[in-house]
Design a protein around this ligand. Sequence first.
Ligand SMILES: [Ca+2]
Length: 319
Amino acid sequence: MLIDNIIYIIVFLCYFVNSEGEYFKREHSLIKPYQGSGMVIPHWEFFGSTMVTQSYIRLTADQQSRIGGLYNKNPIIFRNWAIQLHFKVTGKGKELFGDGFAFWYVKDPLEAGPVFGSKDYFVGLGLFFDTYANQNGAHSHGHPYISAMINNGTLHYDHDRDGTHTELAGCEGKFRNVDHETLVEIKYENDVLSVGTDFESRGVFKECFNVKGVLLPPGYYIGVTAATGELTDNHDVIGIKTFQLTSSTPIDNEDRSHMLPSASSFAAPRPRIDDKPQSMSNLKFFLLLICAIIGIIFLVAISILVFQKHQETSRKRFY
Ligand SMILES: [Ca+2]
């Protein structure tokens, strides 16, 4: 009996702690069946157009002007974490669809707004899964595009330019209307923020980006929000698994609770470059230069002609 209990405890511990020092955190995870009693999801709160079904949580349906979101009620109090998000984006649109969804690790959850269904000037991390290119030419990447933004509450997410000028890092990813499962892992460990994707059912995460020097205080909330405008898609969350990482944590006693989110590349924000007008003005400058050169050549030619004419007349006068 005692041996049975010991084996049970060992199996139980092995399930929750894997060899890499990842502790599964039930209170920050979302696993089927979602509902407890009635319409309540234990540990989670949802708003807007969000609809809970047996097998997925639909933040927005494939309909216009929808905003939906889902937030964890418990702040993440540990410093290093890995979050696996299992999602699905589908829709009838062949050429036009949008707008996408966002994963959040933010100070103020449940505040609906214009950034993929959540508030602008947020404090924390936003990871955007942008399916619609609002402005081609403003950036060199294709869509769908995954990008991260670290905000201390002062930066505006520029939707018209797909957040290009406040982007920390990003990568392209074909996650829409695919037959297999689509997963992403967001890892924050020792001030390194990395994102890996598995959009081809490979069972491993392929690196999207890895950025050092990212400071995020503990005590923020995770969530997922989505929005449709004129363009639409179904934005579904299937599951969220959160792990506390302990294997490589340098133990220091620094109090990070009042720290503002920041990133090394955030210290010197990139200037907003207007790509199209920039190339227009380059063209204008080039044309002006050509005109000026032609003008100078013309003036020189005229001067020479006038000078020769003048010489001829003075010579004639002389004779
Ligand atoms: Ca966009």
